[in-house]
Design a protein around this ligand. Structure first.
Ligand code: NOJ
Length: 509
């Protein structure tokens, strides 16, 4: 599991040899089946990862700017976000790439500190507003539907200094910011993604200290962050429906989840797999999508019991009030899903002493490992196993009352150069899994590939190249080149089928 403790990971690899492998296969590629005519294909990016222009146009600092600019050891490869893909200056190039791919939608995020340099609407930066107006207009002029993530991790520094995600006022701050976004762009943008990946915001940012704001609070910080994310998301949703309903758009959250398969057919391992989904997905999905709202009972019980054993008078998972439960329930018009990897999981006595106490990992209490076949030369933390997506989609359908699902991110990493064969295989396999899920009646309507071009991959800098287009980060003009995956994706979009034998060469675009 990417985000979990090193000890657990070590145990994983010892355990793998004795694991009973379960079979989870997808169907063979079959060119007789195709994506429905109204199925939407897209590509995705996020402002901080592609815009650059970090000190242009009146942009303020986010918490990421602060940590990158003040600690040269923060980003693994020593690179920065300052220029990135230069999309702030080259948005017309980006739209040209999207047009070349033939996508229906472009998922991008609005930079909070570019629009509100101080975080609050006391000052709205006209150059920031103009930038997104230009981008939206350019997309529409080229027949591409804009889809906006309102919060993709670049919290304004000033608000981070006031406690950020650990201050309940974050719901007010995000709501006020969302209002500015709806006011300025809602006449043309009809799909809103409120917050990207609560689990990653709270685990990497507030439990493990790997992402800004680099807080290491694996129990209370993690749970408080999640609670505030849910309240903030709900406020963004309600503001839209209370004040902007006439714009006629849709609003939803993006949750990320990897898939967990039980290592053996033991009851303990089955429960470990269930709890993995409860902690990483259910914690955020259940309060929004379940008919009764609130955290999943399994989460409440596990954290409550562990807290009691540790001598706490109250659960480390602070309960919602009945008013809050009602306020959050039902606040998503679709299920936005980011998905990348799969794991085998187990639970047994070997895990004793593996976790920090108290911590959410200790509460969850599972071991994880991956199959070596799911790793590639450059995959870093991505363990690609397409049946994971198929099984996860079925889980969401069953657990959350058959929601409309938008796959807002999926993709992989590869070495530099045109022939990104591992990534091509990844995209084909995962899109084939989507076809399998469609045949089972899962209501998936959209797939946006991560990512349009190589992006600044947070703490990994440029170590992870995930773009359909390769970005030349050595050239100040930041030229981009299509990879094989771009051509393959383009052909899938055009033909609506997956042809495993389509084998384009660089000049075939
Ligand atoms: C998660 C995030 O939404 C995105 O910002 C990141 O680059 C990709 N997935 C890959 O890690």
């Amino acid at each position: 599991m990417k985000y979990f403790g090193k000890t657990a990971l070590l145990l994983c690899f010892i355990y793998i040899t004795s694991a009973a492998k379960l079979k989870h296969t997808n169907k063979e590629f079959n060119q007789n089946r195709s994506f429905p005519a109204d199925f939407l294909f897209g590509a995705a990016t996020a402002a901080f990862q592609v815009e650059g222009g970090w000190n242009q146009g009146g942009r303020g600092w986010s918490m990421w700017d602060y940590h990158i600019e003040t600690d040269s050891t923060f980003i693994f490869d020593g690179t920065t976000h300052e220029v990135a893909a230069d999309s702030y200056n080259q948005y017309k190039r980006d739209v040209g790439l999207l047009k070349e791919l033939g996508v229906n939608v472009y998922r991008f995020s609005v930079s909070w500190p570019r629009i509100l340099p101080l975080g609050t609407p006391d000052y709205v930066n006209p150059e920031g507003i103009a930038y997104y107006n230009n981008l939206i207009d350019e997309l529409l002029a080229n027949g591409i539907t804009p889809m906006i993530t309102i919060y993709h991790w670049d919290l304004p520094l000033r608000l981070a200094e006031l406690g950020g995600w650990l201050n309940e006022d974050i719901a007010t701050w995000l709501g006020d910011y969302a209002r500015v976004v709806y006011q300025n762009f809602g006449d043309r943008v009809k799909t809103w993604l409120t917050i990207n990946e609560p689990f990653i915001i709270c685990s990497l940012g507030h439990a493990f200290g790997k992402h800004a704001p680099r807080i290491e609070s694996p129990s209370e910080g993690f749970y408080e962050c999640g609670r505030n994310v849910l309240l903030a998301h709900a406020r963004m949703y309600h503001i839209y429906y209370d004040e902007f309903k006439s714009q006629g758009g849709k609003v939803g959250v993006i949750l990320n989840c990897d898939m967990a398969f039980p290592s053996t057919d033991s009851q303990d391992d089955a429960e470990a797999a269930e709890d993995y989904l409860v902690f990483t997905l259910g914690q955020y999905a259940h309060p929004i999508y379940s008919p009764q709202g609130n955290y999943p009972q399994r989460l409440i019980d596990r954290v409550g019991n562990a807290s009691a054993l540790e001598g706490y008078k109250q659960s480390r998972l602070r309960p919602f009030t009945p008013e809050q439960i009602n306020y959050i329930r039902g606040t998503s018009d679709f299920f936005g899903l980011n998905h990348y990897s799969s794991y085998y999981v187990y639970r047994n006595d070997s895990l004793k002493d593996s976790f920090v106490v108290p911590s959410f990992e200790g509460d969850l209490y599972i071991g994880t490992y991956t199959d070596p076949d799911w790793t590639t030369e450059s995959s870093m933390w991505i363990y690609g196993f397409a049946p994971g997506l198929y099984n996860l989609l079925l889980h969401i359908k069953k657990e959350y009352n058959d929601p409309t699902i938008y796959i807002t991110e999926n993709g992989s990493v590869d070495k530099l150069g045109f022939y990104d064969e591992d990534k091509v295989a990844y995209f084909r396999g995962y899109l084939n899994a989507v076809l399998d899920a469609l045949e089972e009646g899962v209501d998936v309507r959209m797939y946006t590939a991560w990512s349009l071009m190589d992006t600044f991959e947070w703490d990994y800098g440029y170590l992870m190249r995930m773009g359909l287009y390769q970005l030349d980060t050595d050239d100040p003009n930041r030229p981009v080149f299509p990879r094989k995956s771009a051509l393959v994706y383009k052909e899938i979009i055009r033909s609506r089928i997956i042809d495993p034998n389509y084998n384009p060469e660089p000049n075939d675009l």
